[in-house]
Design a protein around this ligand. Structure first.
Ligand code: G
Ligand code: G
Ligand code: MN
Length: 391
């Protein structure tokens, strides 16, 4: 039972989903109005003041974009959770649009909808301050361990086994609830906090890698680093020390670098990345094919791995162009002696196509969304069992 009962409003065109959510949310101790009718939904928004609204964005009568437009005009303060069977990119676009209109959009619910996720999200609901996030709040969060990591598995396409994970940072803000990295990485980069943030992430990821290795699970842990981290020539020494503190081997860490164009001193970046390689860290060029992650960088910097941007991968079954781009990047990686990793694997047909192309590793919602560290051993076991079953 919740110690913070909320008013939760649901609109969906399927009676089955309405019944399911109503029962589930009531059983968590919250009040619910669940309806198929826009008029009733509108009435509840205007008179009932819900804390959370769960909206189906693909209904015959009203689509989600129209609903969001209405909610913004009505000055709706509820936190908005989007539910839909639409593809992830469309859902992402709807969420972004809602945020741009000033609505309090929650992160996307993983599919299929699990009650535990819903419960967690409802438990996180606190009144949100309207002020923008400040760098002093973030500095405090790093000190107070308000940050935490989730891990998303990567599988070896040929072996169908989990061989690594990517660590992704989240911020559990005491007043605002869950804050996503896209809302604070830029803030860290712009306010001299990115070194402290990266150190926090690497330290926790290295510790977790050490734990898994001692449990007999020799998986690689990838962390995202910012191009700005390479402005400090002591960065490789700091990371090596953090690994040493946690008895983790640098070769069990993969550093995923996204180029933002913020880095002007190329020689310095080459210096730092090369020293990281010399110390045994693996280096990956993230979001390859977009923005500043270019062929020039591949040729200059000592990368071990190319991470193919999810915009190409997730569309490769709908778009022949995207499929060709993925194929060429896999080929490029191999000809350069690098590992190819596809992110944004949202369905089995994509995974099958990647395997056929000879892509080395795959990551995406089809395999698993990012999860808490303690769920990783079970995912590793599941994969090794399915493999034995087919062998
Ligand atoms: O997990 P999510 O999809 O919300 O991540 C959004 C973006 O934030 C991704 O592009 C990811 O690379 C970035 N990100 C996640 N965790 C970290 C981190 O620890 N450090 C940096 N620099 N970026 C991160
Ligand atoms: O930019 P970077 O590659 O670090 O982004 C990683 C982020 O991508 C993760 O935080 C995760 O939430 C998101 N992500 C992971 N798998 C998928 C997927 O299959 N589709 C989409 N759209 N996003 C994904
Ligand atoms: Mn990444």
């Amino acid at each position: 039972m919740s110690d913070n009962p909320l008013r939760v409003l649901v609109i969906d065109d399927e009676q089955g989903i309405i019944n399911f959510l109503k029962k589930a949310i009531e059983s968590m101790g919250h009040e619910v109005i669940a309806t198929q009718e826009f008029e009733q939904f509108k009435n509840a928004i205007e008179t009932w003041d819900p804390a959370v609204a769960i909206i189906d964005i693909n209904m015959p009568g009203h689509d989600g974009v129209e609903l969001l437009r209405y909610l913004a005009t009505a000055g709706c303060k509820a936190r908005i959770l989007v539910s839909s069977g639409l593809d992830d990119r469309t859902v992402d676009a709807v969420i972004r649009l809602g945020s741009e209109r000033g609505l309090r959009m929650s992160a996307k619910l993983p599919k299929p909808l699990r009650l535990a996720d819903l419960q967690r999200i409802l438990a996180e609901d606190k009144p949100a301050p309207n002020t923008p996030l400040s760098s002093s709040e973030l500095a405090q969060a790093i000190k107070d361990n308000q940050l935490f990591l989730e891990y998303q598995p990567k599988i070896d396409c040929r072996l169908n086994r989990v061989t690594g994970v990517e660590a992704l940072v989240r911020w559990r803000h005491p007043l605002r609830g869950l804050v996503r990295p896209d809302q604070f990485i830029g803030l860290a980069e712009g306010n001299g906090l990115i070194d402290a943030l990266t150190d926090w992430v690497v330290s926790h990821a290295a510790q977790q890698a050490g734990v898994w290795h001692r449990q007999g699970l020799p998986i690689e842990v990838a962390v995202n680093i910012s191009a700005l981290n390479t402005r400090d020539v002591a960065f490789p020494d700091r990371l090596a020390q953090l690994c040493k503190n946690h008895l983790a081997n640098p070769s069990s860490l993969v550093l995923e670098l996204t180029e933002t164009g913020a880095m002007s001193d190329v020689i310095q970046m080459m210096d730092v990345l090369t020293r990281l390689r010399v110390k045994g860290f693996k280096l990956s060029i993230d979001d390859f094919g977009t923005g500043y992650s270019s062929l020039v960088q591949l040729q200059r910097m000592p990368f071990c791995e190319i991470k193919i941007d999810r915009s190409f991968v997730s569309q490769m079954k709908q778009s022949r162009d995207c499929e060709v781009i993925v194929e060429i990047i896999v080929d490029l990686a191999h000809k350069l002696g690098l590992r190819s990793v596809a992110e944004g694997v949202e369905g089995k047909p994509i995974l099958d196509a990647l395997t056929k192309l000879g892509c080395d590793a795959a990551q995406g919602f089809h395999i698993s969304p990012p999860v808490a560290a303690d769920r990783i051993p079970e995912l590793i076991r599941q994969y090794s069992q399915t493999r034995q079953a087919v062998a």
